[in-house]
Design a protein around this ligand. Sequence first.
Ligand SMILES: [Zn+2]
Length: 160
Amino acid sequence: MNSRDIISLGLGLEAPWEIKGQILDTEKVPYELRLTIKADRGAKYPCPVCGAMCKARDFKVKTWRHLNFFQHHCYITAPVPRIRCEHHGVKQITVPWASKGSKFTLLFEQAAMVLVRDKPVLTAARILEMKDKRLWPTTRERRRMWSRWSPICPEPSSPA
Ligand SMILES: [Zn+2]
C-alpha cells in the first residue's frame, strides 16, 4: 500500500475519484499538504436531482480545507464537474467529501462544529489555526453548517 492508497482510504474516496497528486509545501508555515483529486476522463456522475449517471459538461476547480495532516494544514483541490442531465439540464454535482457551497470538507466542518458548540467562534478558529471570519463568513453559512450538523452537534443556546 503506497501513500496515495493510504490517503484515499483515509478520505474514503471511491471511484471515479482518485488521488492524482500530493505535495507537502514546506515553504508555508505551518506546512501545507495539498492533495489533488480527479476522476478518470470520461467518468459519469450522478445528477444531483434524479441520480441519473451523466457525462461531465465542464469543470470548475475548487479547494477545500481538510483536517490537519499531523500538525500541517491540509487542502484538497479537485476539478468539480457540471453535468448535463437530459431531464434537469446543467447541474453542478456535489462531491462526496464536501457539502454544496462549502469551502471545508465534511470532516473539517464536523470538527469545527464540535469546537464551536462549546467555545466562542474566535477560540475555535484559533484552535483550527484560521481566521474566525473564514470559519463563518456569513450568517447564512453559519445557519447552513448548524442545520447540517445539529443532529450530532446541537447548537448551544447562545452561539457566539
Ligand atoms: Zn437529472
